[in-house]
Design a protein around this ligand. Structure first.
Ligand code: NDP
Length: 450
């Protein structure tokens, strides 16, 4: 089948699932040269199989709010592909969660996990539950009800969920407590756990740190570095916070941060002290980012999801790191970045850049890294947490950080090498898709038609 025939098939089988189709389309575009070289992959219908979740569980989550009212949400777990290891991927709690969003995330996760070099399959899950505005008690009640069903489908050798948007340390704690009570076992069934009850040092920091390590590797291919570079970061959650921290460590200057209400533009640069304020604001007080602008007397700009472009990406800078959510950089944003001579765009979020924006960036010589490569440090460190849990060990901060640095370098070099081998030197998107696909495809081929 040709690329367009394969895509038509996926569209037909998954109507009304635009995010999933977008993710499949991007991978298909990259891997067609591999399918041309490997007729056996086509005969085995590997693409048709990879685009069909091994299992998709959808369930009702019923819980009582603080007023004693019955609340109903929808929960999911997409177990996408277990060819190279147990299903692994985060849980997202956000009102925009649908089967399409989770299928796109699970599909991406399969290739990302393959790139880490750690034996992990791909999955993703979550709920349309919105933790915003809920009391701690309500979040706990919801997590307990959610795990009441999910516990039947996961364990530490089958499927190991982690956090994602709306699921941080607090939620992982409540989910883990509920699982332990239901199963009467203490195991590494979730990653992102707290230090002292199975968590790994550096897991919290890993996605943001890994993103910046990856970007530093990209800069080094041009004999350059992040030192002294001005950077735009979107988001103010887990990934954004630790991307900002590591950019500061490496001598870069971060001008922006955002949340779903808008962004701050701090011309003086976010310092470690200001970052501590931002972490407290978002993680403990669960406030809005405008408070940062009020505190440090800088500019706040409101942004709405349906605006034609996001003025955050019009601010002149050397590097851009979208770390909030999918499709947050569109073609107009990319044109603005290019106009301001951006050197590099590193994805911290999953699929934050729309396909036409990616093409514009690459065609204009901007170094671009897809999230499945540059944000893989989070899941890689989750893999390290799983290993520590299996072994009953706790590694030091330095040990885990050193492994993270090495993993990000390997992912970078693997993606670059695959891109070169397939005639697209310097194209990290093509390289990451091909390298991830080949690893999973060979495992599926070896394991027969299942
Ligand atoms: P968090 O929930 O910690 O933070 C998300 C941030 O993005 C918040 O600032 C949030 O604003 C903002 N945001 C969320 N949805 C929207 C939206 N629709 N429009 C604008 N802003 C939005 O999530 P993470 O930092 O964990 O995740 C961010 C991205 O990184 C996601 O794409 C996730 O899939 C990806 N990722 C995360 C990993 C991890 O280890 N956590 C690993 C790999 C990828 P507000 O506070 O207003 O909600």
């Amino acid at each position: 089948m040709t690329q367009s025939e394969l895509l038509s098939l996926v569209k037909k089988r998954n109507p009304n699932e635009p995010e999933f189709i977008q993710a499949v389309d991007e991978v298909l575009l990259s891997i067609m040269p591999v399918l041309e070289r490997h007729a056996e992959f086509r005969d085995l219908k590997l693409i048709e199989r990879m685009t069909e979740p091994e299992r998709l569980i959808s369930f009702r989550v019923t819980w009582l709010d603080d007023k004693g009212h019955v609340q109903i949400n929808r929960g999911y777990r997409v177990q996408m592909n277990s060819a190279i290891g147990p299903y692994k991927g985060g849980l997202r709690f956000h009102p925009t969660v649908t089967a399409s969003v989770l299928k796109f995330l699970a599909f991406e996760q399969v290739f990302k996990n393959a790139l880490t070099g750690i034996p992990m399959g791909g999955g993703k899950g979550g709920s349309d539950f919105d933790p915003k505005g809920k009391s701690n008690n309500e979040v706990m009640k919801f997590c307990q009800a959610f795990m009441g069903e999910l516990a039947r489908h996961i364990d530490n050798r089958t499927d190991v969920p982690a956090g994602d948007i709306g699921v941080g340390g607090r939620e992982i704690g409540y989910l883990f407590g509920a699982y332990k009570k239901i199963k009467n076992e203490f195991s590494g069934v979730l990653t992102g756990k707290g230090i002292g009850w199975g968590g790994s040092l550096i897991r919290t920091e890993a996605t943001g740190y890994g993103l910046v390590y990856f970007a530093e590797n990209m800069m080094q291919t041009k004999n350059d570095s992040l030192k002294g570079k001005t950077c735009l970061v979107s988001g103010s959650g887990n990934v954004a916070q630790y991307a900002i921290e590591k950019i500061i460590h490496l001598g870069g200057k971060v001008l922006t941060a955002s949340d779903s209400s808008g962004f701050i533009y701090d011309k003086e640069g976010i310092t470690l002290e200001k970052l501590a304020y931002l972490k407290d604001l978002k993680d403990n007080r669960r406030g809005r980012i405008k408070e940062y602008a009020d505190q440090y007397k800088c500019q706040f700009t409101a942004v709405h999801a349906d605006d034609a472009f996001n003025p955050l990406w019009s601010i002149p800078a050397d590097c851009a790191f979208p770390c909030a959510t999918q499709n947050e950089v569109n073609a107009k944003d990319a044109a603005n970045l290019i106009k301001n001579k951006i050197k590099l765009l590193g994805e911290g979020a999953n699929m934050p850049t729309s396909p036409d924006a990616i093409n514009l960036l690459i065609d204009n010589g901007v170094m671009y890294s897809p999230g499945k490569a540059s944000n893989a440090g989070g899941v890689a460190t989750s893999g390290l947490e799983m290993t520590q849990n299996y072994m009953g060990q706790n590694w030091t901060r330095e040990e885990v950080d050193a492994k993270l640095v090495e993993i990000m370098k390997n992912i970078h070099d693997t993606a670059l090498a695959a891109a070169k081998e397939y005639g697209k030197p310097g194209n990290y998107m093509v390289g990451a898709n091909i390298a991830g696909f080949l690893k999973v495809a060979k495992a599926m081929q070896a394991q027969g038609v299942i």
